[in-house]
Design a binder for this molecule. Structure first.
Ligand SMILES: [Fe+2]
Length: 292
């Protein structure tokens, strides 16, 4: 079993763990109900802005921000850099942030580039654990005409809830061959080999997670404990709406996340040219680290 960082370990291991976990959940619920952190200039974060971003990430593993003036791609990328996110995923490095919008071209067969719902997943869940996506950015340039809400949930809270329910569940979900994604030679980011790995593992300073709700083309370990553990995880995602951040991100708003599970509601786009939902997406190999 992996362990939570020293700050959070008491939530799941000591006699007082129940109270500590409840306290953490209370803090977390309070933070995800707050308005976004206002950022005056995304290319130059102020001390107070950094402090508030850091405070929220420490509890939630993600943070909702709002740029007070419209921010172009370069400004958003500079914001990411100031949050410690320097290493964009290699395949997108040459192109900067990805533009996520409904496509009529070759990308149209991939769900992110349609107006369909995207169910719970972490980004790059099909990447090797040796080179994982540790953080991601979603920045709204233009929202959908209707729908398209963004949802996130703190994966370390999922871990703590599962550990409290049954420590064997987190042990099962930490097995090296828990989830296997078959090879896809035709993937939008380029061909990839089959990848086996855990759902949870210990990163440099926090627990990491790779996960997808999709059932098609995913091979889970088939022993009964593993099946039960996956079901328990699915139930948390299905039932704990009180722990889910859910917002219609407005123009110039975004989320920075330690690649926590997230999903997207289906949406209806504008029929006018160049007025459809447009988000920038960044995938990074670093954790969020916001200096004081
Ligand atoms: Fe995603």
């Amino acid at each position: 079993m992996v362990s939570l960082s020293s700050v959070k370990v008491d939530y799941v291991s000591s006699d007082g763990s129940k109270d500590r976990l409840l306290e953490w959940l209370d803090n977390y619920r309070a933070i995800i109900a707050l308005p976004p952190v206002d950022i005056a200039d995304p290319t130059s974060l102020r001390h107070e802005e950094r402090k508030e971003l850091r405070r929220r990430v420490a509890v939630s593993n993600f943070v909702h921000y709002r740029c007070l003036q419209s921010a172009n791609e370069a400004a958003v990328l500079t914001l990411c850099h100031q949050a410690g996110l320097q290493n964009l995923h290699q395949r997108s490095a040459a192109k900067g942030l990805k533009r996520i919008q409904v496509s009529t071209g070759s990308n149209a067969r991939y769900i992110p580039y349609t107006n369909s719902e995207l169910n719970w997943h972490t980004d790059g869940y099909y990447f090797p654990v040796t080179h994982p996506i540790r953080a991601m950015l979603l920045h709204c340039v233009r929202p959908a005409l209707q729908g398209g809400a963004t949802e996130l949930i703190n994966h370390e809270i999922i871990y703590a809830l599962l550990a409290q329910q049954n420590p064997d569940y987190v042990a099962a979900l930490s097995q090296r061959d828990m989830m296997t994604i078959p090879a896809n030679l035709d993937a939008p980011d380029g061909p990839r080999q089959a990848q086996s790995g855990p759902v949870f593992w210990q990163g440099p300073d926090r627990i990491c997670m790779r996960y997808t709700t999709r059932r098609h083309n995913i091979q889970w370990r088939e022993d009964s404990l593993s099946r039960e553990a996956v079901e328990a995880l699915r139930n948390i995602l299905k039932q704990r709406s009180d722990l889910v951040f859910n917002r219609q991100l407005k123009p110039s708003e975004g989320v920075l996340s330690n690649n926590t599970p997230h999903r997207r509601e289906s949406f209806q786009d504008s029929t006018e040219q160049n007025q459809g939902r447009l988000f920038y997406r960044g995938r990074f190999h670093d954790n969020i680290q916001i200096p004081s």
